[in-house]
Every structure is written in C-alpha cells, then in structure tokens.
Design a protein around this ligand. Sequence first.
Ligand code: IMP
Ligand code: MG
Length: 178
Amino acid sequence: MINDMESIMFTKEQLADKVAELGQLITRDYEGKNPLMVAILKGAVVFYADIVRAVDTPAELDFMMVSSYGCGTESSGQIKIKKDLEQDIKGRHVILVEDIIDSGITMHGLMGMLKDRGAASVKLCALMSKPSRRKVEVNIDYCGFEVPDEFLVGYGLDYAEKYRNLPYIGVLKRELYS
Ligand code: IMP
Ligand code: MG
C-alpha cells in the first residue's frame, strides 16, 4: 500500500506521541467525571482504540455512525444517524472522538443534537482538522494536528473503504482518486 502514497504525513511514532499528549489532557479534565467516550464510526476507530487507553481515569465507551445530509453546500447541520448510542446521555459528560474535521457540518450537527438530549457537556476530540475547508464553525476541544487540504488515508481514514488499516497517515497519490 505504501506505493499508493505520495508522502507520509504522520508516522506511527508521531501518532503515538500525539495520542499520549491528548490522553493526558483528557485525563486531567475528566478526573471523577466518568465521561462517555463516543467513537464516530468508522474513521475514528483506530484513533479511538488508542486514545481510550491513553485516558487514565474511568470512562465508558459507546459508538455512533452518522452522515451529513445532501450536498456539500448545505450548512444546515442536518445529519442522519445510521447507528445511535446505546445509552441515555442525560446528565453525562460526552466526548466525541472523530478522525478529521473537514467542513465541520457533521460534528456541528451532531454536537447540537447531543446537547438537546440533555448531556451535561459535549466536547470534541479530533485527531486532525482541515481549517481551510470549514463551512460551519466547530470548536475542537482536543485537536491533534491541523493539516492542509490534502486527501489523507490510513490510521482509520479511508478512500473507498481502503487503507484504513495502515499504521501511519499518508497523502494518497492524486492519480488514484481524480
Ligand atoms: P465534515 O467535517 O462534515 O465535512 O466531515 C468529516 C468527515 O469527512 C470525516 O469524518 C471523514 O470521514 C471525511 N474526510 C474528510 N477529509 C478526509 C480525508 O482527507 N481523508 C479521508 N476522509 C476524510
Ligand atoms: Mg468519518
């Protein structure tokens, strides 16, 4: 699969260092709060499996799968839930764990929806953010890396369901997707 990469954006070691750093921040902020850490399927799973183990205070785990409605120009924040949480989040401290924030539409919509369900707090932990692509504002409470507008794969991120199992994050060769 390495031959499909234009370059490597983050090595396995750089990812591990960042996960440890974010894990310490979350540990410090959530001591005694028993947060519910929610993986946004599927892209976040690899990052999620690492970050939950970098959090050194009791936490619970749950999963959601969502997609944003319609075309990219829409900024209504309307999202479609493909798989919902198993728990009631009333009064809970929720941490959404996402791979990458692009337009921001999906997380903007989801955070609003979970706050409406009565969560005590809803925060966002994203491994990466592409600020130049933002269409709606999203506050990323725990952000791993700001990245340029390149198509990235690996460590959970896919192109047509491929490359999720790469241990690093790479820039996919343009000829493979355009
Ligand atoms: P948005 O912020 O609502 O536009 O959606 C973010 C989602 O788009 C992420 O969860 C990814 O699934 C996907 N995405 C955005 N940029 C990339 C990329 O560079 N590689 C792979 N998936 C991406
Ligand atoms: Mg995703």
